[in-house]
Design a binder for this molecule. Structure first.
Ligand code: FES
Ligand code: FE
Length: 443
């Protein structure tokens, strides 16, 4: 039977739709979705421009005129502070509207953005300043910089490439901005920023970030220092019962309002994904450190440690883990079909001493991300083999299974114009399931 809409498609797109239609629910993706440059090109054209991602922390452009260059889905963008108010931050494609030169070649500060080629200059708000250079009959108002959608949420700068198709970011801001402020993200500064370039398709990086089934074999340090990991890394009813006890006792300490603080939106083509959850680190540990003891100053106006970790999702490809005294921002930025730039940014309270030793603060996520880079690259290497076939997700991998279904539905809809059914969770939530444990409705 011929699929509706498919007959109108060029053969190469028809082939992708056929692959999507052959997908076996609850199994990993066909090799082409991890390896085929043509599918990456389709994603670059259709899917990436619809994604909001955290691109910077507002403190990186702390004074009017300060600008930084960032990469987003293969595009170079300039993030610039144009005024003194907290939200006075804009982003532009790093492309001059004269003949297309890169506009900024390094981070800097100035009253104007000046192109190095023929010195056209632009206001910090994007309009062309050097109007006298424009030939007669051409309206300089049409030669302003190309805007990138920008939204400031709790001190974080979110960007998306195509303002015309991006989902509204307001629900994300409404749901999690208060939580970000409570964690002190808005009044923090960057302690360390480090890249972990990973030779793997971005979906493998995301899948790995979304499950903790691998945490027992791959992350001995993380496994040892987090009570919850013991539950989500094994099908272990006893550990689940023990964890529930830990949750109940934390609940009684922090109170109902704090315990139930959470939000979740799975997202889609017309909805931005976001999430927020709180959980105890466990075993009386105050923070995510080697011995569980504090490693920095308390954030967010707290007066004491409650031993919790707050997790945030901001769009599909940005996450935050926030302990009481430091936060770690994770950014996944696809570079090519088999390269993904993974950035970790450690945030501490802005008043933390500049001489603080960063090593105890970065230890947990640095050691874990080095391990993640290795296992994800091994995963990518195996998938390149002619022997690779999709494999089954287990109930400890409910999130990657959900993502694959959502991603394929969205790609199909973008290619064919036909509405795809909403994805559904395929694994029941159990005590040891891989979903965040507190206050996050997932079904
Ligand atoms: Fe920028 Fe000519 S290309 S001024
Ligand atoms: Fe991991």
């Amino acid at each position: 039977m011929e699929r509706a809409g498919a007959s109108r498609l060029p053969p190469e797109l028809n082939a992708v739709v056929e692959l999507i239609d052959q997908y076996r629910l609850g199994w990993s993706l066909d090799q082409a979705f991890y390896n085929d440059p043509a599918i990456f090109e389709l994603e670059r054209r259709l899917w990436f421009p619809r994604q909001w991602s955290v691109i910077a922390h507002a403190s990186e452009v702390d004074e009017k005129g300060r600008y930084i260059i960032r990469h987003l889905y293969g595009e170079e963008i300039v993030v610039v502070r144009f005024g003194d108010a907290a939200d006075d931050i804009a982003a532009y494609y790093n492309v001059c509207t004269h003949r297309g030169s890169r506009l900024c070649t390094k981070d800097g500060k100035g009253r104007l953005l000046v192109c190095p080629y023929h010195a056209w200059s632009f206001k910090l708000t994007g309009e062309l300043q050097s109007k006298q250079e424009v030939p007669e009959g051409i309206d300089p108002a049409n030669l302003g910089l190309h805007k990138v959608a920008t939204r400031i949420v709790g001190g974080l700068v979110l960007c998306g490439l195509d303002p015309d198709v991006l989902p509204d970011a307001q629900p994300l801001a409404d749901a999690i901005e208060g939580g970000l402020r409570q964690q002190g993200i808005d009044r923090s500064r960057i302690l360390v920023r480090k890249s972990y370039p990973t030779k793997a398709n971005w979906k493998l990086v995301l899948e790995n970030f979304s499950e903790c089934y691998h945490c027992r074999p791959a992350h001995p340090e993380y496994f040892r220092t987090n009570g919850y990991v013991k539950v989500v890394a094994m099908r272990d009813e006893a550990a689940a019962v023990e964890w529930q006890r830990e949750l109940d006792s934390w609940h009684s300490v922090i109170g109902d309002a704090e315990f139930k603080k959470g939000a979740w939106e799975a997202g889609g083509l017309d909805k931005v994904q976001y999430g927020m959850y709180r959980k105890p680190i466990g075993s009386g540990r105050k923070t995510l450190s080697d011995d569980g003891e504090p490693v920095s100053r308390l954030m967010g106006g707290r007066s004491e440690y409650d031993g919790g970790e707050t997790g945030f999702r901001l769009g599909r490809l940005s996450m935050i883990s926030s302990a009481n005294d430091y936060a770690t921002l994770f950014q996944m930025i696809p570079r090519s079909v088999n390269e993904t730039d993974v950035y970790l940014t450690w945030l501490v309270d802005k008043d933390v001493d500049v001489d603080i030793n960063p090593d105890p603060i970065t230890w947990m996520w640095d050691v874990t991300t080095i391990q993640d880079k290795k296992i994800t690259e091994d995963n990518a290497d195996g998938i390149r083999s002619r022997a690779y076939r999709p494999g089954p997700y287990t109930d400890l991998e409910a999130q990657p299974a959900f993502f694959c279904q959502a991603y394929l539905g969205e790609m199909r809809e973008l290619i064919t114009g036909e509405k795809s059914p909403a994805p559904v969770w395929q694994f029941p939530s159990k005590g040891y399931s891989s979903q965040p444990t507190c206050a996050v409705p997932v079904s």
